[in-house]
Design a protein around this ligand. Structure first.
Ligand code: DSN
Length: 412
């Protein structure tokens, strides 16, 4: 690596990050470890190429190779999700969401989305985000007792408020989402329906979570979470919205696409099409169920009582520890999670009463249910007693687990 000689500061930071990834158990639900092939495409000279426009219709010469790349990415995405149209250019999930809203709506229109504090996302309607600044936001939440979406309540709000678009999907919701029910509600109030499947895309891709594509006008996702690809976004839609979506991405919201990232998306999609990926996605869910079961066995309270997907949300209130403290204690022990608001959380967003824990990365490292149960036991010990003694003991066990389940080979 020549970086080692030319830029030691950045070289060192990268090496330290590699070391951190090897020596810690990463359980942030929205993260994953990409394959060496995805990394190779991302680090390729395709980053040098300007390619504003779309394959065959570019504003720059010399696009013959990137056209091939983008067309392959589109075809693979269509094959995975059985959707009519795909745009692989969004730089991120947020970019995919804003481009979708602006393709279908006018500024000031009404969007109904899940409240951030109940598991939604900033871009689904928040005063500090473009969604809340440009659009009139109507939130829906989860039921106070079951912590699940109450579809009857969603219907009630939708019929009263008559939004122009309903967005379903979440970033901290451990249960399945019923897209068919959302479609019935959207039809009743004559609203567009958009699903943001950033978190669950890898599960949807393999038929392990209900599929939004048949029911939604537009489906957005990121490519770096359960899909295990490069950091980026993507939009799928029905044919009738294809040109509005494409125009909204470029020139509406973005300039030159990141062709190296689009190549990495294509590589990721080939991996997703394989049988191995089905085994992976199944194991992500099985591991998460094992995690939930073991945490509950150890007296830990979970929001909604369990999980159907890749994440659990822990209610820390009975343990009298905040999300902020639990995150810090677990990190000191070598287990990386994020503090997360729980529904109707009395604590502030930077403190919180919960932590969100996910299994995508550990499953990539080869963990099965038994290993995950061991990790659940370690998590329970730390959040019940975040003393130096416990943290140090758990850290020793984390180091052993990291050796037993090594990080992706070939990435060193
Ligand atoms: N930041 C992502 C997450 O952690 O869920 C959502 O954008």
């Amino acid at each position: 690596m020549s970086l080692k000689k030319t830029d030691t500061e950045i070289y060192k930071a990268i090496q330290n990050e590699i070391d951190r990834q090897h020596k810690n158990l990463e359980m942030i639900a929205s993260e994953n470890y990409t394959s060496p092939e995805v990394l190779e495409a991302m680090g390729s000279p395709l980053t040098d190429k300007y390619a504003e426009g779309y394959p065959g219709r570019r504003y720059y010469g010399g696009c013959e190779n990137v056209d091939i790349v983008e067309n392959i990415a589109i075809e693979r995405a269509k094959e995975i999700f059985k959707c009519e149209h795909v745009n692989v250019q969004p730089h991120s999930g947020s970019q995919a969401n804003i481009a979708s809203y602006l393709a279908l709506l006018d500024i000031g229109d009404k969007i109904m989305g899940m409240d951030l504090s109940c598991g939604g996302h900033l871009t689904h309607g928040h005063p500090l985000n473009f969604s809340g600044k440009y659009f009139d936001i109507v939130p829906y939440g989860v039921d106070k007792k079951s912590h699940r979406i109450d579809y009857e309540k969603v219907r009630e709000i939708a019929l009263k408020e008559r939004p122009d678009l309903i967005v379903c999907g979440a970033s901290a919701y451990p249960r399945e989402i019923d897209f068919k029910k959302f479609k019935e509600i959207a039809d009743e109030c004559d609203a567009y329906l958009m699903a943001d499947i950033a978190h669950i895309a890898g599960l949807v891709a393999k038929g392990l979570h209900p599929d939004p594509v048949p029911y939604c006008d537009v489906v957005t996702t990121t490519t770096h979470k359960t899909l295990r690809g490069p950091r980026g976004g993507m939009i799928m839609c029905k044919k009738e919205y294809a040109s509005a979506i494409d125009r909204s991405v470029f020139p509406g919201n973005q300039g030159g696409p990141l062709m190296h990232v689009i190549a990495a998306k294509a590589v990721c999609f080939k991996e997703v099409l394989s049988e191995d990926f089905k085994d992976y996605a199944k194991q992500v869910i099985a591991n998460c169920r094992a995690l939930a079961g073991e945490l509950k066995n150890r007296g830990i309270k979970l929001i909604s009582g369990g999980t159907d997907n890749h994440l659990v949300l822990v209610d820390l209130r009975p343990l009298e520890i905040t999300g902020k403290k639990a995150e810090a204690a677990l990190q000191a022990a070598g287990i990386v999670v994020n503090k997360n608001s729980i529904p109707y959380d009395p604590a502030k967003p930077l403190v919180t009463s919960g932590i969100r824990i996910g299994t995508p990365v550990l499953t990539t490292r080869g963990f099965k249910e038994e290993g995950i149960k061991t990790v659940a036991g370690l998590i329970a010990r730390v959040i019940k007693d975040p003393s130096e003694e416990i943290i140090s003991d758990v850290n020793g066990k984390v180091r052993e687990l990291c050796k037993k389940y090594p990080h992706n080979k070939g990435r060193e």
